[in-house]
Design a binder for this molecule. Structure first.
Ligand code: GCV
Length: 696
């Protein structure tokens, strides 16, 4: 009997459908160490919570699911503390016990979404309290507690105080209304527009749970290349149905708005933002939206970029454009996120300078509910770029960072590339705008300029594939994005360790093998694709090497515009003698980066055009260094495949095989990158190739 019960618990918990990858990092498989499991059971012997809100019900459901899986037992839920080991969850408003704890100050410090988890005594009972000022905060606290159990941490004594450093932590979905996803590599869109609003796929609730577990609190549902139809009444009804499911998990919905909507939907002759009829149309549209979705977050806009309509079509500025939408949503508490991803319709001498030139002069001219959303680098989500020079240069305009979780230029859903090290490079980068220590993280969290609003957005990598992200390791990037959005100071290693423990288990060799694969993967990718600051060596699909790409449509969509290889040398001269993009950065960066001797090698050919025989600090020539990087990268990809094979039988077969197949492809692709790119550049350099490069 006991055995049967135990078996059914473990079936429920871990193995029924978990190893398809569907359960993400919320697998809740049994804690193996029996002593630890017993101590957890003692620490969580009952749950005390007010259950009268949708979020309260979500909390109870998650705790039941989690603890049943992890501990093999689901503790009783009640409304009062009757024994040691109770977990009391609530806010001062819904729990008189919490109100009476005298925690007003730390709760205020934790803010609306933060939480406290403390081991304490209530009456004569030893309890754990998860307290917040809001339901959302308690939900985050519960996920934190579950994570402690999932990662084998002690539950007593606890003195946790957490608050998110950034207020908006969004996923941007580039999902189209026809179900396709721009730069999506994990199947069709999760939003089944045809079925909505009548039926909401139950999977949406799992999406919400996963996001809430890492603190994501908003989702932009549709592509920034926006179809105006998403603002029609019928699509708004569908959006409202999704919002209803996401709301209990603290997730607000946002929509990308097509700037031309007043014409396309409203039949107006213009979308000029200074036209009163246009302003009225946006106001009316906002009223309609908020009637259906009272907590609607606001609009995201891509304007005058890659053919999208925008205010410049009418001789107006980005600020004029953003402000008309901002005025429409302001009475309802909404915001506008205006993207700074712009480049000139006429090809610029240096495309990477454009956003700074257009946006810095507009600082201070946006309404205070506008945020400008800036991609991490000045070009376009390359495997390595310097940080965008806009960060720090718009002190009166809150800037959000836009990261790309979907790996458009980083091997898509085929290559294992853990992105946290790349994002840390951005967040920790020193802009020097207010002297040393003016990191991008401090720009984003508002501490540098006192921004009233703060936020970050990540272009989602989710789709309808059973494992959500196509590659099982793509899940790590979704996870890491959320964790860094919550706290940009977390380390890439720490986040990887959490994710590995929850996703693959705790066996030491499993952890150390996967950790080393993940942590080295980004640099390996850079090495076999675009080392030493090279960038955009791709063509149409942004996947395969195409250094010869000379796109006839626009020079800055080609590869040759960026690498400029010829018999003399290679690289883009962005020094003061070249395009002077380096001049958009503060001292001492501009001087450091302007000189090839002090420019970090990782950015060398981003900022410099150098002869093939240029000697790096190590004494190696530029050509030889390129050969070494490409070789090291291709070898690194093979090594990842090998390391993974050492885990056969140590992780579940289904995911093992799926990942192995991807790693094999990655190793083959990496070799192809090395071979094709080196051969291509060798035509110009006329320097020796490494041994005999095999034919692709
Ligand atoms: C949504 C790059 C991508 C486009 C994307 C664009 C953007 O150019 O290739 O697919 O469009 O960035 O961020 O707007």
């Amino acid at each position: 009997m006991c055995l049967l019960a135990a078996l059914s618990v473990s079936a429920l918990a871990g193995y029924a459908h978990a190893e398809t990858g569907h359960d993400l990092w919320l697998r809740y498989v049994p804690v193996e160490d029996s002593a630890l499991r017993a101590s957890y059971r003692r620490s969580v012997s009952s749950v005390v919570i007010q259950r009268d809100s949708p979020t309260g019900r979500a909390i109870v459901a998650e705790l039941r699911r989690g603890l049943l899986g992890l501990l093999g037992t689901s503790p009783p839920v009640s409304q009062r503390i009757a024994s040691d080991g109770a977990v009391l969850i609530g806010t001062p408003a819904n729990s008189p016990v919490i109100a009476g704890l005298g925690w007003a100050k730390p709760l205020a410090r934790a803010g609306d979404e933060g939480f406290l988890i403390r081991s304490t005594t209530v009456g004569k009972h030893a309890v754990t309290v998860i307290a917040s000022q809001s339901d959302r905060g308690t939900l985050y606290g519960v996920f934190h507690l579950l994570r402690l159990v999932q990662t084998g941490k002690p539950l007593a004594p606890l003195a946790v105080e957490e608050r998110p450093r950034l207020a908006l932590r969004l996923l941007d979905h580039w999902d189209n209304l026809d179900g396709t996803i721009e730069r999506g590599y994990a199947g069709p869109s999760l939003w089944n527009w045809a079925e909505l609003p009548g039926r909401v796929d139950p999977r949406i609730e799992d999406y919400a749970r996963a996001n809430a577990s890492i603190g994501i609190n908003g989702a932009v549902l549709n592509n920034v290349n926006a179809n105006a139809q998403s603002l029609t009444s019928s699509y708004l009804d569908k959006t409202a149905a999704l919002a209803q499911v996401l709301r209990p998990y603290g997730i607000r919905v946002y929509l990308s708005a097509n700037f031309n909507a007043p014409r396309a939907l409203g039949g107006l002759p213009t979308a000029d933002p200074l036209d009163p009829a246009v302003a009225r149309w946006w106001r009316d549209k906002a009223t309609e939206i908020y009637r259906l979705i009272p907590d609607f977050g606001g609009f995201l806009v891509k304007a005058n970029s890659e053919g999208q309509p925008g205010p410049q079509d009418y001789g107006r500025t980005h600020a004029d454009g953003a402000n008309v939408l901002a005025d429409a949503v302001a009475p309802h508490g909404g915001i506008v996120m205006w993207r700074a991803f712009v480049y000139s319709a006429e090809v610029d001498v240096d495309r990477v300078k454009r956003a700074y030139l257009e946006f810095v002069p507009l600082d201070g001219r946006f309404r205070d509910n506008v945020m400008v959303q800036v991609k991490n680098g000045p070009l376009d989500f390359q495997p390595r770029e310097p940080f965008s020079p806009l960060f720090g240069e718009m002190p009166r305009t809150p800037l959000m960072a836009e990261l790309q979780i979907t790996q458009e230029y980083l091997g898509q859903a085929t290559h294992l590339v853990y992105l946290a090290p790349m994002w840390k490079e951005l967040l920790d980068a020193d802009t020097y705008v207010a002297g040393p220590g003016s990191t991008v993280a401090k720009v984003l969290d508002g501490s540098l300029h006192g921004y009233r609003r703060t936020g970050i957005a990540g272009v989602a990598n989710t789709g309808r594939d059973v494992n959500w992200t196509g590659h099982d390791f793509g899940q790590a990037n979704w996870y890491a994005y959320g964790r860094l959005a919550w706290n940009p100071d977390l380390s890439a290693t720490g986040i990887a360790d959490e994710w590995i423990g929850m996703t693959w288990g705790h066996a030491p060799d499993v952890t150390s093998t996967i950790r080393s694969m993940m942590l080295g993967s980004r640099e390996t990718y850079v090495d076999y694709t675009m080392p030493l600051g090279l960038h955009h060596l791709i063509g149409g699909d942004h996947y395969a090497p195409m250094p010869e790409n000379a796109d006839p449509r626009r020079a800055d969509w080609s590869a040759i515009y960026y690498h400029r290889a010829d018999a003399w040398g290679i690289g883009f001269d962005r020094t003061i003698r070249g395009s002077n993009a380096v001049g958009q950065y503060r001292s001492p960066l501009r001087e450091r980066w302007n000189d090839p001797a002090t420019c970090p090698e990782t950015l060398l050919l981003w900022f410099h055009r150098l002869p093939w025989d240029y000697r790096l600090a190590s004494g190696v020539t530029l050509w030889d260094a390129l050969v070494r990087h490409y070789t090291k990268g291709a070898d690194g990809a093979r090594l990842m495949e090998f390391r993974w094979t050492t885990l056969r039988g140590k992780v579940d077969d289904e995911r093992y095989e799926a990942v192995l197949g991807k790693l094999r492809q990655q190793a083959a692709d990496a070799a192809a990158w090395r071979n094709k790119t080196l051969r291509y550049f060798q035509q110009f350099s006329q320097r020796p190739l490494p041994g005999q490069l095999p034919k692709d």
